[in-house]
Design a protein around this ligand. Structure first.
Ligand code: FAD
Length: 408
């Protein structure tokens, strides 16, 4: 088993996954979160099979975590443009492949797998100093700590990243998304639909949350970041959905207003180097991603697994060996995450920022050629399957505190 102290900054999906993976291989882990509780920043979520595989391996209960669906890309009149083709074996193994869930459902499952003493709430990192053989941390509440390796999992506005690499500007995509969810008595039909008209995306997938079934939906279009947000989010979404099929209009109309949330979409171009000395980054701190890929949280979960695996293979007291492990981790992760991040960015531009005269031509191509099928129906699933193959099969990890509970 590996030994050594790992400090993780930020208890989002990236930080929690990194903590669970590092504990699994034997490290002494502390997970610092600035908030007074772990809170899901957002409501709706979809996960691809690779993060589901990692969650299982690091001890998270993935049984009935989300509702599986097959995803279709359609135009606003309901004509199919592409179907996301995951191989049957993957669909079978991962309970349907692509799943829809509520973000809080994922957080609850990850928190349940964490030994309670690992998480330190109310700890906002203020300063970090890499002294060569260890890293010193100072928090806003006056606490200090020392660790052999520090993992910045502190999101889009990462303080760890800024300390390592300076404060580069955030890329505002001039897109916004309003998402909502509702629960229904009848079981969903296993179909997810991503549909676009000339300017707007209006989409839905089935969800499962705490044994309840329903749907999540979202409306995504270009926005002016300097303009005030819509005052009536529900009215805004109902209005945008009028050009789309009745089903999504009905889902939006039946959604309780308290279940709606809006985000402006921001990311950053790929960072050439993530790690320095004994410090590295995971998740949005390293590669914030537009929700167009539905993969930001998924990639942040995968990061923790690959990082723990590299660190477990070296003597953590040996600074050069640690640097080598961190470099191998990021060398493996950068091509995949950059491809997803840039792909999501350009897909958003193609659907929402093309000059108006080109939009009918774009839609002719999407409606009448296999272009979109190749891009999102075949190439993206192939990328997902390649990622799955990189994650080793192993016995699902049962965290120590759960094993002790089971034995008692
Ligand atoms: C609208 C929308 C829809 C999305 N849909 C999907 C989807 O369907 N599928 C998917 O996979 N991804 C999706 N994503 C992306 C996903 O939300 C992010 O990629 C994911 O949350 C990143 O996780 P993270 O742990 O890296 O960062 P975060 O979730 O941002 O967590 C960072 C944590 O660090 C803490 N923190 C920050 N600074 C400090 C500090 N100085 N000290 C201590 N703690 C600190 C924060 O409080 C927070 O808890 C979506 C994003 C948006 C905006």
């Amino acid at each position: 088993m590996a030994s050594g102290r790992i400090a993780i900054i930020g208890a989002g999906p990236g930080g929690m996954a990194a903590a669970l993976a590092a504990i699994r291989v034997g490290f002494d882990v502390t997970l610092y979160e600035r908030a007074g509780e772990v809170k899901a920043a957002g409501n709706i979520l979809n996960l691809w099979p690779p993060p589901q595989k990692v969650l299982k391996l690091i001890g998270v209960d993935t049984v009935d975590l989300g509702a599986p669906c097959q995803v279709f890309f359609r135009n606003a009149k309901g004509k199919n443009r592409a179907v996301v083709n995951l191989p049957d074996a993957v669909v079978r193994e991962y309970g349907g492949g692509f799943i829809g869930l509520l973000r809080w459902g994922l957080y609850q499952r990850m928190l349940a797998a964490l030994p309670p003493a690992v998480l330190k709430l109310g700890h906002e990192l203020r300063e970090m100093r890499d002294a060569g053989d260890a890293v010193q941390l100072a928090f806003a509440n006056g606490a200090t700590a020392e660790a052999d390796v520090v993992i910045g999992a502190d999101g889009l506005r990462s303080m760890v990243r800024a300390q390592l690499w300076g404060d580069q500007p955030i890329r505002h995509q001039r897109l916004h998304l309003v998402g909502g969810y509702l629960f229904l008595d009848e079981a969903p039909d296993g179909i997810g639909v991503i549909s676009h008209n000339r300017t707007t995306q209006v989409s839905y997938t089935p969800i499962r949350h705490e044994g309840k079934s329903g749907y999540e939906w979202w409306v995504l279009e270009a926005c002016d970041p300097d303009a005030p947000p819509p005052v009536d989010l529900h009215g805004f979404c109902r209005d945008r959905a009028t050009q789309f099929p009745a089903k999504v209009q009905e889902l939006i109309a039946a959604t309780p207003p308290a279940h709606l949330q809006r985000w402006e979409i921001r990311d950053r171009p790929p960072l050439p180097q993530w790690s320095k000395g004994r410090v590295t980054l995971v998740g949005d701190a390293a590669h914030p991603t537009s929700p167009y890929a539905a993969y930001g949280a998924g990639m942040s979960i995968e990061d923790g697994y690959f990082l723990a695996r590299e660190l477990a293979a070296v003597d953590i007291a040996d600074t050069a060996a640690v640097q080598g492990a961190l470099q191998r981790y990021e060398d493996r992760r950068k091509p995949h995450t950059a491809q997803v991040t840039q792909g999501a960015y350009h897909t958003g531009r193609m659907f929402h920022h093309l000059p108006a005269p080109l939009r009918p031509i774009r839609d002719l191509v999407f409606d009448h050629t296999p272009f979109l099928q190749k891009m999102v129906g075949d190439d993206m699933p192939a990328h997902i399957v390649a990622q799955l193959a990189e994650i080793e099969d192993a016995e699902p990890y049962v965290p120590i505190h759960r094993r002790q509970e089971a034995a008692a």
